[in-house]
Design a binder for this molecule. Structure first.
Ligand code: MBD
Ligand code: FE
Length: 267
């Protein structure tokens, strides 16, 4: 006997292996093709892209299975680039960024409520995003370690406001095994521009989700991760509010966006 039998693992692993064997039969896969795939997989492991590969191809399916048809705001894939431990910011919130951070500044206003629409104060808002140059800190070379990552909290009205920059459409690394596979499949490696957020509060289910922007061409042409849901697409507006601009160090007019999330109670 090796390990202890786990019924769930046995059921899923057996089916997964059977499905793979069916595919080998269906396509008459040769031994040299098998070795080429074998080398590709080893290259995938060596490149450190296993998290990227798994999240690109499989996370959206699992996320939908977990969250669909449940009340409250919709979730979205976490993706491979979340890093726990970002700094807690102090209001007025400004995400950590470089002095010459590329991209247009945007003031985002978030609200969090329960399923009855009652405001939820004290919700932890963990926010991460790529820059306007399509890079994530901690992943891309040459970006300050916690750039565009921060932890905030909703106020007594269940609100928070943060100054950040509008991200650009993003493509996953093209030069590694994941991009190589997408290329060989004739698929592109683009995602629409997005914010990532994780909302958590004691007594409520943690919500991991994303927001996308109306008018982004990749919403039409397709997300390589297939994670977009219509309820997560927001409009970008403009504000002339001098007072608000002043408190966030912005010049008018500035871009605005917002969203209200509804959290469901913990099971
Ligand atoms: C990303 O930025 C991302 O959000 C996901 C889900 C997968 C790859 C890169
Ligand atoms: Fe992302």
């Amino acid at each position: 006997m090796t390990g202890e039998r786990n019924e769930r693992v046995a059921a899923v692993a057996e089916d997964l292996i059977e499905s793979a064997k069916e595919v080998l039969h269906r396509h008459d896969v040769t031994h040299s093709e098998y070795r080429a795939a074998w080398r590709w997989l080893i290259g995938l492991a060596d490149s450190g892209e296993i998290p990227l590969f798994l999240d690109v191809f499989f996370e959206s399916t699992v996320e939908r299975l977990t969250n669909d048809r449940k009340p409250g705001s919709e979730g979205a894939v976490q993706g491979p680039y979340y890093k726990p431990g970002a700094s807690r910011l102090e209001p007025p919130y400004v995400l950590p960024m470089r002095d010459d951070e590329p991209g247009e500044p945007i003031l985002f206003t978030g609200s969090v409520t329960d399923l009855d629409g009652r405001p939820l104060p004290g919700v932890t808002v963990d926010w991460w995003q790529a820059g306007n140059d399509g890079t994530y800190s901690g992943i891309a070379e040459g970006v300050p370690e916690w750039n565009l990552r921060g932890v905030m909290e909703t106020d007594a009205e269940g609100r928070f406001q943060v100054r950040t920059i509008r991200p650009a459409p993003y493509h996953i690394p093209d030069s590694g095994p994941t991009g190589e596979l997408l290329g060989m499949m004739g698929r592109h490696s683009w995602r629409p521009a997005h914010f990532h957020v994780m909302l958590s509060k004691e007594g409520y289910e943690t919500l991991v989700t994303q927001l996308y922007f109306e008018g982004d061409p990749w919403l039409e042409k397709g997300d390589c991760v297939d994670a977009v849901k219509p309820s997560l697409i927001i409009d970008i507006g403009k504000s002339e509010d001098e007072q608000l601009a002043g408190s966030y160090g912005l010049r008018t007019p500035f871009l605005t966006a917002g969203y209200t999330w509804q959290l469901r109670g913990a099971a």
